[in-house]
Design a protein around this ligand. Structure first.
Ligand code: PLP
Length: 403
């Protein structure tokens, strides 16, 4: 007899991506030539983890007591300030009415949003292609995921489908938590255009008075987009301030290549001070009720990386180099994938791209068996993590995809 409650008895413990990665590593270890495009961490061209040196060095300068002591429940005040400044960069109207709470990575921010803006049984609204753990987080907390079809016939964001989903959620649950991962969406690599952001903002504005609507922008890859300023969508969202909830899931994992440090934050913009305090209290309570408080040393480190001019410059320069490495792979992919007839969304940068196909499980298996190329099968598509594929192997990945 299992002591687990019935709903916990059949939980899948093995994440399919980690299982594929383990198989790729085993076969490579046995001497096979393998291209592993499964894992979402940025690797250099020699297959090593690409780490920003400035961040790695500064980590050792964080004093012992910062690592050893507890952090305040909502995070170090200096960290909260630094994250808000980084989120809004000179957009003082937004920064002034922002509140931030430290979370265990962007994942923790998503978790806090799901439990704070939806009642049990209610559903998040997000794109049909999305980061799979959105479902895990919702499931773990008794919430659900509803999707709208991400792309229209022209290959752009289907804002009409988004609006239909939003209207339906207003009708059925009386509230909306919309999650958009932009730029460099995982798993598609898609970055929304300015016009798409404006169209989304119009939809949100049109329905703002019909019930509580919250938009969460998942910023996991915000420093890897091809746009010069990765924060221009904020100017489009600005008129929504005070009309809908504006949330940002901020993460240091990709921005500072320290995925295991588990540093992130949920940032909310609310002009009304009483409401803002109540948001902060809800997030702080949620921290106490889940992990109590987050990694203090990590927050101290990331604060320094954000506010110390020399460290910030060092990280920016190294990140630019990393981004250029990734862009080389993106260009190599586009140069071959388009002539090969692969169907995939506009891809101008980011860790992943998703190639549309039928029978994705069988195709992924065939790619592993016949080509030694590992990608992640998803519904009607394959996710290719170019972040972990050296440029010299991109042609082989495209050939396997096109086979
Ligand atoms: C789309 C997306 N959101 C959020 C995260 C959360 O990352 P972390 O919890 O490491 O900050 C990830 C990580 O892969 C991601 O791909």
């Amino acid at each position: 007899m299992s002591q687990l409650t019935p709903d916990r008895q059949d939980r899948p413990a093995d994440d399919p991506i980690f299982a594929l990665n383990a198989e790729a590593t085993r076969r490579r270890g046995a001497g096979e030539s393998i291209v592993n495009a499964t894992l979402g961490t940025l690797m250099d061209d020699d297959g090593g983890l690409l780490v920003l040196e400035t961040a790695a060095r500064a980590l050792h300068d964080v004093p012992r007591d910062e690592w050893a002591a507890y952090a305040p429940l909502a995070g170090l005040p200096a960290f909260q300030r630094a994250v808000i400044d980084d989120c809004f960069r000179g957009r003082d109207d937004l920064a002034r009415c922002a509140t931030a709470c430290a979370t265990a990575g962007g994942t923790g921010a998503l978790r806090h949003a799901v439990v704070s803006f939806l009642r049990p049984g209610e559903a998040v609204l997000t794109t049909s292609f999305h980061w799979a753990p959105y479902r895990t987080i919702c499931d773990e907390h008794g919430r659900r995921v509803d999707v709208f079809s991400m792309f229209d016939q022209a290959g752009g964001l289907d804002v009409g489908a988004l609006e239909r989903g939003l209207v339906q959620h207003l009708a059925t649950q009386g509230r909306v938590l919309l999650i958009l991962n932009d730029p460099c969406q995982n798993p598609c690599g898609y970055s929304m255009t300015g016009a798409e952001w404006r169209a989304v903002a119009d939809v949100l504005a049109r329905h703002a008075s019909r019930g509580p609507i919250t938009l969460l922008v998942d910023m996991a890859y915000y420093l890897y987009g091809s746009a010069k300023d990765s924060r221009t969508h904020l100017d489009v969202l600005r008129p929504l301030l005070g009309r809908i909830g504006l949330l940002f899931a901020w993460s240091a994992s990709k921005s500072f290549t320290h995925y295991g440090l588990r540093v992130g934050a949920i940032v909310a913009c609310e002009p009304d001070e009483v409401q803002r305090r109540s948001l902060q209290a809800a997030f702080t309570f949620a921290c106490r009720g889940t992990w109590s408080n987050c990694n203090r040393g990590g927050q101290a480190l990331v604060t320094q990386l954000l506010v110390d001019p020399a460290l910030a410059r060092g990280c920016d320069a190294e990140r630019e180099a990393a981004k250029e490495l990734l862009m080389g792979r993106v260009r190599a992919f586009n140069a071959r994938a388009i002539p090969a007839g692969l169907r995939y969304p506009r891809y101008e940068g980011g860790f992943f791209v998703t190639v549309f196909c039928d029978d994705s499980d069988a195709r992924a298996r065939r790619m592993r068996e016949a080509h030694g190329v590992f990608v992640v099968p998803q519904r009607d598509s394959l996710r290719v993590a170019l972040c972990s594929v050296p440029e010299r192997d991109v042609a082989r990945v495209v050939e396997a995809l096109a086979d």
